[in-house]
Write a protein that binds this ligand. Structure first.
Ligand code: PLP
Length: 398
């Protein structure tokens, strides 16, 4: 018996597919610096576990399909602080931002439809679209101009009668791009003019550096009826394993439609919601400290990459990733070689090959995504390993 064609068409996540090779390398005694995945090493605020420890019910019962009301109120309170207003019936708690993305794609498209996504993009946008019969149409952006969005006319050239939705992450994974308010307004104009939904994935909104002003899509009133805001506690509070996210929209048909999906999957874990609610009361100093740390990490990686002969990259303004073009034949082969064949004093480094972040065949073949999620000393060491490895890699381009 063969599995479905839609499954066979799916690619493996470039972030995770080399994990078995890395595990083998580690079993053989090699230390691997994992820069392939956006799993921060920052401690989850203690409030999360404290809240769970004080849970005093004898049964862990199902929660509401839309999420625990007190968590929903905490999430709404968070947005209020950012000048964004949602009512309690405009926000649904989901199993991570991942489920919010899948549900938002289902809610705004039918099989055969297309969604516009600036590329390179978070690879799972493809992973969520393809199985539900939706095609990602990439708007190619380039490190040469800071991954900026093209003008309105160029954006319009990507539209077809099947285009229903624009999906974008801001700040961006994998590019670290943070869209200017002009770019946000341009996407809004495109959506209004051509009657499209916008799915704004803002899971990295705290990770913006150098005082750059952040514009949320939720701050543009003209698009409130067509906006689905996706968010998550994974990165914001370094609580990736808790699997708590949300989708919010002022379009009540969208929310009641997604609620039907929420009902079919019953609920989000009860205990994790209790922990998540407590996270929303951490003080601003938590975000300031984390932001300062990530900016320092970004600087270490960016400066080190710039010192390496033949490497090209754009300074990321947000999130915690950088896409680097390497002087290699094929970044995936290089990443495998680093794990299987290379070591530097018993250590090596793991990256995500970037081709899987593009939908256009052939793009990103010599690029990697580097997640700067380790402490500063580990990042310095990982960059030194990359530098040394590139000098001896057999597939190095002249
Ligand atoms: C841009 C973006 N959106 C959504 C997610 C999903 O996050 P989660 O499901 O952990 O909330 C990620 C995870 O890396 C991401 O990078």
């Amino acid at each position: 018996m063969k599995p479905s064609t839609r499954l066979s068409k799916m690619q493996e996540s470039p972030i995770r597919k080399l994990v078995p090779i890395a595990e083998k390398a580690k079993k053989s005694g090699k230390k691997i610096y994992h820069l392939n995945i956006g799993q921060p090493d920052i401690e989850t605020p203690a409030a999360f576990l404290e809240a769970i420890k004080s849970f005093d019910q004898k049964t862990i019962a199902y929660s509401f399909s839309q999420g625990e009301p007190s968590l929903i109120r905490a999430m709404i309170g968070y947005y209020e602080k950012h000048g964004i207003h949602f009512a309690e019936n405009e926000l649904l708690v989901t199993n991570g931002g991942s489920e919010a993305l899948l549900f938002s794609i289902i809610a705004t498209t039918d099989p055969g439809d297309e969604i516009l996504v600036p590329e390179p993009f978070y690879t799972n946008y493809n992973g969520f679209s393809l199985p539900v019969g939706v095609t990602v149409k990439p708007i190619t952006t380039s490190p040469m101009d800071g991954f900026r969005l093209p003008d309105l006319a160029t954006l319009e050239s990507y539209l077809t009668p099947k285009t229903k939705t624009v999906l974008l992450s801001n700040p961006g994974n994998p590019t670290g791009v943070v869209y200017t308010s002009d770019e946000v307004k341009r996407i809004a104009e495109l959506a209004i003019k051509h009657d499209l939904f916008i799915i704004a994935d803002e899971v990295y909104r705290e990770f913006v550096y150098d005082g750059f002003e952040y514009t949320s899509f939720a701050s543009v009133p003209e698009i409130e009826d067509r906006l689905l805001l996706v968010d998550s506690i994974s990165k914001r509070f370094s609580a990736c394993g808790a699997r708590i996210g949300l989708v919010a929209s002022k379009n009540h048909d969208i929310i009641s439609g997604i609620l039907k999906l929420c009902m079919s999957r019953l609920c989000v874990p009860t205990l994790e919601q209790i922990g998540a609610e407590a996270l929303y009361s951490v003080p601003q100093t938590y975000f300031d400290t984390v932001n300062t740390e990530y900016r320092a990490r970004r600087d270490i990686v960016y400066e080190a990459l710039n010192q390496i002969d033949g490497v090209v990259c754009e300074k990321p303004r947000g999130a915690f990733y950088v896409v680097a073009k390497l002087p290699v034949d094929d970044a995936e082969k290089f990443a495998i070689w680093l794990l299987e064949d290379y070591e530097n004093n018993g250590e090596s480094v793991m990256f995500a090959p970037a081709a899987g972040f593009y939908a256009t065949p052939g793009l990103g073949v010599d690029e990697v995504r580097i997640a700067y999620i380790l402490n500063q000393d580990s990042l310095k060491r990982a960059m030194a390993i990359l530098d040394a490895a590139l000098k001896v890699y057999p597939g190095r381009k002249k």
